[in-house]
Design a binder for this molecule. Sequence first.
Ligand SMILES: Nc1ncnc2c1ncn2[C@@H]1O[C@H](COP(=O)(O)OP(=O)(O)OP(=O)(O)O)[C@@H](O)[C@H]1O
Ligand SMILES: [Mg+2]
Length: 294
Amino acid sequence: MTDLPEQAPLAELREFLYSYLEGTPRAVEAARGVSFEVRRGERVGIVGPTQSGKSTVVYALAHLLRLKEGQVFHEGEDVAAAGYDRAALRRSVGVVFQRPDFQILEDVVGKDVAFGPTAAGVPAKETRERVEESLEAVGLSYPEFRLRYVHALSGGQKRRVALAGVLAMRAPLIVLDEPMAGLDPRGRDELFGLFERLREQRNLTMVMCSSSLADASLLCDRLIVLEEGRVAMDAPVREVLAGADRLDALGIALPEPVALARELRKILPDLPTDLLTEEELEEALLERLGESRA
Ligand SMILES: Nc1ncnc2c1ncn2[C@@H]1O[C@H](COP(=O)(O)OP(=O)(O)OP(=O)(O)O)[C@@H](O)[C@H]1O
Ligand SMILES: [Mg+2]
């Protein structure tokens, strides 16, 4: 290893402020000074009660908002600086919108996934390879799905096509707005499995916002909790879950094992709440019951 200076974070918001309908009586301050970093390879979840500014924050990271106050950095560079190549930047951040219908531009799966690379001038042969690779990466067999009509797919499959389109762009940062919203249990399971595989296979950095703390806890390494457009917590998942009382006070629904552990603390005050699964809760309980019997 050479003695390189520490790499800049992949993305960063600094004192980001944003209002919708500014200058009108219905103006809404959606972000009120949000700062955080996203490092390479991280999976960051943005959680918070409804209307807390989650979507606004992820849109800022995807450079979809006209920035007025605060700064957005990409690989250490201020994206609002004169001469910064914002077109190139768009290509280096992939966005998966909450509603795949907004995203899907072509009626046939293969064509839709090819849309981005084609528009970016990637040669036809390479585009074809990328389409195949991306569809396979999201668990849709290329020969089986490339000629299928998008409108005939299930919700989970549509979201996977949207994600394949983003992967085909080879964007190092992927931003997702409520990726689990509106999916049936099967679609959710498929998507969970997919995110696990992507994590193993690719060095992708992902930022997703979710109204479900349970989903975000299972999918992410670190969570940023928003409250009325401000960062209330920013810590590794377990550290955030350890603050169950605080989360509850913010009006965030707790994941089941966390909620149960919090209830049980009335009789077992040292029971931890930084639990991801029912099994972990069981283990923590057995440990404490064993101790009290010994
Ligand atoms: N296009 C818009 N025009 C006006 N106000 C908006 C717009 N989009 C969002 N807002 C307002 O900005 C605030 C933050 O909204 P945002 O969508 O970022 O929150 P959120 O946490 O993603 O909400 P949700 O849980 O509903 O997805 C809310 O008060 C919302 O009503
Ligand atoms: Mg939202």
